[in-house]
Design a protein around this ligand. Structure first.
Ligand SMILES: Cc1ncc(COP(=O)(O)O)c(C=O)c1O
Length: 404
């Protein structure tokens, strides 16, 4: 995705053409970016050949999932719906891990009957439900224990999951207790220690701290885990100020760890696979001059992309038609929703902009459409994907009358 002669292109298609044809707001993915990310992730960690289970919560569009599956990835799911979806798309159960802090009895029953690779357990009560079901079905169920390592991922607090105060995972002492209790269990086979400390992590240190913590648990428990699941969380570059995770150093460290402990590594990346593969194309409806700033009112709202409102996330907004002229006054890009938090970005200056201009909100492939809603009774945007010069619609338009 880039400019050619000052026009923004998604692969070989001029983005403005897409708005003309499909309307706006609209999510638009690039096939090439997606494939590049998958290959980059695989290559970065190829020295220890991990099982890469794509985190379906970040994007569950069927076409996107099929491409991901086609490149050999498994799936990390967090609900019945996600599990049923990936199974329906042909993901193999032995490449699916099931995470989540509140799996219901019926959800566990379904997953056990489908023989997923691992159910990552987050509480003792969950484990005893699994044991009941395993006895009922006369099965031995493969389990991962999700550790809460009490490590700060140094990311936005709302997407931090590995601190003691966060609801996720089991403490070290609970894990040691469970290992002791279930080591000879006929129905529970503990195969994995899993951990996921947060999302949009841009520093290596928290991952290194996780490896140190796990090493201590392995030494203390003397338990042999077949898998260590290190979760996802790898950050992406949303703007110039974002730091970049050093994959090469991370990979070397994990290789050392996996050799020493003779275990297979699982990853559950979401954002790093799909985050920068899509833009949200949108149109300026009105421009309103206020004291010391301009409100640029666009036709995408927080119902279409909630990340800025929910997490104070920053997504760059670029014009589809680039000009050299500048307007040196703060611009506040806001949506049409009746909420003050329906704001996307405030920047000090922007190119001269007019009502009717077309823009792209960048890096919306992860936690974008999956978090879209019908708030203010607005239909969710459709999604399209571009491959070279071919454009394909990949989700159905919601009919306004249906949602009314
Ligand atoms: C258990 C688990 N695994 C993986 C992920 C994916 O994280 P990310 O999209 O940051 O890679 C998440 C998301 O928070 C998660 O909760």
């Amino acid at each position: 995705m880039n400019y050619k002669n000052n026009n923004f292109y998604i692969e070989k298609i001029k983005a403005e053409k897409l708005i003309k044809k499909y309307g706006s707001p609209i999510y638009c993915y690039s096939n090439k970016s997606l494939v590049k990310n998958i290959n980059n992730f695989k290559n970065s960690f190829k020295s220890f050949n991990p099982l890469i289970c794509f985190s379906v919560k970040s994007n569950y569009n069927s076409t996107i999932l099929k491409i991901i599956k086609g490149h050999g990835l498994g799936a990390d799911v967090v609900s019945d719906g996600e599990l049923k979806k990936v199974l329906s798309l042909g993901f193999k159960p032995n490449r699916i891990v099931y995470s989540g802090v509140g799996k219901k009895f019926s959800e566990l029953k379904f997953a056990i009957n489908k023989n997923v690779l691992l159910i990552n357990v987050e509480s003792e009560s969950e484990l005893s439900n699994i044991e009941k079901l395993a006895k009922m079905f006369k099965k031995k169920v493969n389990i991962g224990l999700r550790l809460n390592p009490n490590i700060d991922a140094k990311t936005n607090t709302k997407i931090s999951t590995g601190r003691m105060q966060d609801k996720f995972g089991l403490s070290v002492s609970d894990i040691i207790k469970i290992l002791e209790k279930f080591k000879n269990s006929y129905h529970i086979k503990i195969k994995c220690l899993s951990v996921h400390i947060g999302s949009q992590i841009t520093q290596n240190k928290p991952y290194n701290n996780v490896l140190i913590k796990i090493s201590k648990i392995l030494a203390k428990s003397k338990f042999k885990f077949e898998y260590i699941d290190l979760g996802g969380g790898m950050g992406i570059k949303y703007n110039q100020n974002t730091k970049k995770l050093n994959y090469s150093k991370l990979s070397k460290n994990i290789l050392k760890f996996s050799k020493k402990n003779n275990c297979k590594i699982i990853f559950e990346p979401g954002r790093s696979i799909v985050g920068n593969t899509a833009v949200l194309l949108t149109k300026v409806i009105y421009i309103k001059n206020s004291i010391n700033k301009k409100f640029i009112i666009i036709d995408a709202g927080m119902n279409d992309l909630i990340r800025p409102a929910l997490y104070n996330a920053t997504h760059d907004i670029i014009p589809l038609n680039r000009k050299s002229s500048k307007n040196s006054i703060p611009h506040d890009f806001v949506g049409p929703i009746c909420e003050t938090s329906d704001r996307f970005l405030k920047i000090k200056s922007y190119q001269k902009i007019n009502e009717g201009d077309n823009l792209a909100i960048k890096d919306v492939g992860a936690y974008g459409i999956v978090l879209a809603s019908n708030y203010n009774l607005r239909p969710r945007p459709i999604e399209i994907i571009v491959k070279d010069s071919i454009v394909k619609k990949i989700s159905k338009k919601q009919n306004l009358n249906d949602i009314i």
